[in-house]
Ligand binder design. Structure first.
Ligand code: FMN
Length: 372
C-alpha cells in the first residue's frame, strides 16, 4: 500500500480517516493511518485543546485538520455574518414549523440555563481565520478544505509551513478548479459518502478525476470501509482512501447510544441526501427529521448557515431526550453517514478496523494476481 500519498504524508497505510472526534484521529494515526480532525464546529479554544491532546497522544505520528470553506453561503458577500445577524434572518414560519415538529415528537425543552448559545458554523473567512491560526500553531501535516477550492491565503500559508493541502471534490470540474488553485491532493468524493456530497458515484468519479488532475494525486472517498474497497480505489487510480462513516462505529468514537443503535441496524437504503441538516445537500441517516423537512408541509430547509443556526438548539434537545420516557425524540435523531453504513454491523476498535482493512487488502491483491 505504499503510494505517493503515503510517502507525502509519511504513513504506513494511505488510509485517511475524517472524524470530529480527537480520540479517533489519534487512534488512526497511531495505527499507521492518517487521522484528520473535522474542525468546522470547534471554537479556536476547543481546537487548540484537541490538537494539543492529539499531539501528545500520537508520539510523532502525522495528523491533519479539515475545515469547510464554501464559496456560496448566506452572508458570503459581506464576508460572513455574526450570530446576531444570522439569528435575525431566521423566518418566523421556519421557527413555527420546527416548534411544531418538536411538539409532535414530544421533545421537552431544555431546562433553563442549559441553552448553549448557538454560533454559526465556521464557514466565513472571519470564522475560519482564528481556527487556521490555531491549526498552524501545531505540527499538522495536512489541511483539508471542503465545499470550495482552497483560497490563496490558505495555500500560501500551508506551503510556507510545509503543510500538504487537500481539497474535496464531487465532480471533475471542481477537482480541476482545486488543482488549479494549488491543492496538493484531490479527494474525489462520490455521492454515496457521508456528509456533503455531489451526485456522481465514486466508481465513476475517481477515474475521471484522476485523469482530469494528473499528475496531482487523488484519494478516493465515498463507500470505503474495507480492504476490498481500498483495493478497488487503488485500481481506479487513486493513491489511497479518504474515509469517514466507518469511524462512527468504533469504540473510540463519541457517538450517542441512540445513533449507534441506528447505525448498526441500517442498510445501504437507509441514507438520504438532504439539506435538512446544514442547508447544503449532505448524506445522512433517513429519519423522521429528514422526512419532515423534505416532506409536504415543510417550508424547506434554509440555506447554509441558517439551517444549522435555526436547528442547533433543537438538535441538542433531540439528542438529550432520545431515550426519555414519553418522548419520540429518538425517531428524529440522525447523523451524516454514507451508504457504506450497511457494513457497519458491530462496534470494533480503531486498531482492529485498520488491521482488518490492510489484511483484506492484501488478500484481495493476492486473489487478483492469481495467488488464489
Ligand atoms: C459524520 C460525518 C461528518 C462529516 N463532516 C465533514 C466535514 O465537516 N468536512 C469534510 O470535509 N467532510 C466531512 N464528511 C465527509 C468525510 O470527510 C468523507 O469524505 C466521507 O465520510 C467519505 O465517505 P464515507 O462516509 O463513505 O466513508 C463527514 C462525514 C461524516 C460521516
Amino acid at each position: 500500500m505504499q503510494t505517493r500519498v503515503a510517502e507525502m504524508l509519511g504513513v504506513e497505510f494511505p488510509i485517511l480517516a475524517f472524524s470530529h472526534c480527537r480520540d479517533v484521529v489519534a487512534a488512526v494515526s497511531k495505527t499507521g493511518g492518517f487521522g484528520v480532525l473535522g474542525a468546522v464546529a470547534h471554537t479556536p479554544e476547543q481546537l487548540d485543546h484537541d490538537l494539543t491532546w492529539i499531539r501528545a497522544e500520537v508520539g510523532g505520528a502525522p495528523f491533519g485538520v479539515d475545515l469547510l470553506l464554501p464559496q456560496k453561503y448566506v452572508g458570503a458577500d459581506e464576508g460572513g455574518l455574526d450570530a446576531e445577524q444570522t439569528e435575525a434572518l431566521l423566518p418566523v414560519g421556519h421557527r413555527a414549523f420546527l416548534d411544531g415538529l418538536l411538539e409532535n415528537y414530544s421533545v421537552p425543552p431544555l431546562p433553563d440555563g442549559d441553552h448553549v448559545a448557538a454560533h454559526p458554523l465556521n464557514v466565513s473567512p472571519a470564522g475560519i481565520a482564528p481556527l487556521l491560526d490555531v491549526a498552524f500553531s501545531h505540527p499538522i501535516r495536512l489541511i483539508a478544505s471542503a465545499l470550495g477550492p482552497p483560497p490563496p491565503y490558505l495555500i500560501e500559508r500551508a506551503h510556507g509551513e510545509d503543510v500538504v493541502v487537500a481539497a474535496l471534490a464531487g465532480s471533475p470540474v471542481h477537482a480541476t478548479r482545486h488543482a488549479a488553485a494549488g491543492a496538493d491532493i484531490i479527494v474525489a468524493q462520490g455521492t454515496e459518502a457521508g456528509g456533503h456530497t455531489g451526485e456522481i458515484a465514486t466508481m465513476v468519479l475517481v477515474p475521471d478525476v484522476v485523469d482530469a488532475v494528473s499528475p496531482v494525486p487523488v484519494l478516493a472517498a465515498g463507500g470505503i470501509a474495507s480492504g476490498r474497497q481500498i483495493a478497488a480505489a487503488l485500481a481506479l487510480g487513486a493513491q489511497g482512501a479518504w474515509t469517514g462513516s466507518v469511524w462512527l462505529a468504533v469504540k473510540e468514537a463519541d457517538v450517542a447510544p441512540a445513533i449507534t443503535e441506528k447505525i448498526l441496524a441500517a442498510t445501504s437504503s437507509d441514507t438520504v441526501r438532504s439539506r435538512a441538516l446544514t442547508g447544503k445537500p449532505a448524506r445522512q441517516l433517513r429519519t423522521a427529521w429528514t422526512e419532515a423537512w423534505d416532506g409536504p408541509g415543510s417550508p424547506g430547509p434554509l440555506p447554509m448557515p441558517l439551517q444549522f443556526m435555526l436547528t442547533a438548539d433543537a438538535q441538542t434537545r433531540m439528542h438529550r431526550y432520545a431515550h426519555a420516557p414519553g418522548s419520540r425524540a429518538r425517531e428524529l435523531v440522525g447523523t451524516p453517514i454514507g451508504q457504506v453504513v450497511s457494513r457497519l454491523n458491530e462496534v470494533r476498535s480503531t486498531r482492529d478496523v485498520i488491521f482488518r482493512m490492510v489484511e483484506e487488502y492484501q488478500e484481495t491483491i493476492e486473489r487478483l494476481t492469481g495467488g488464489r
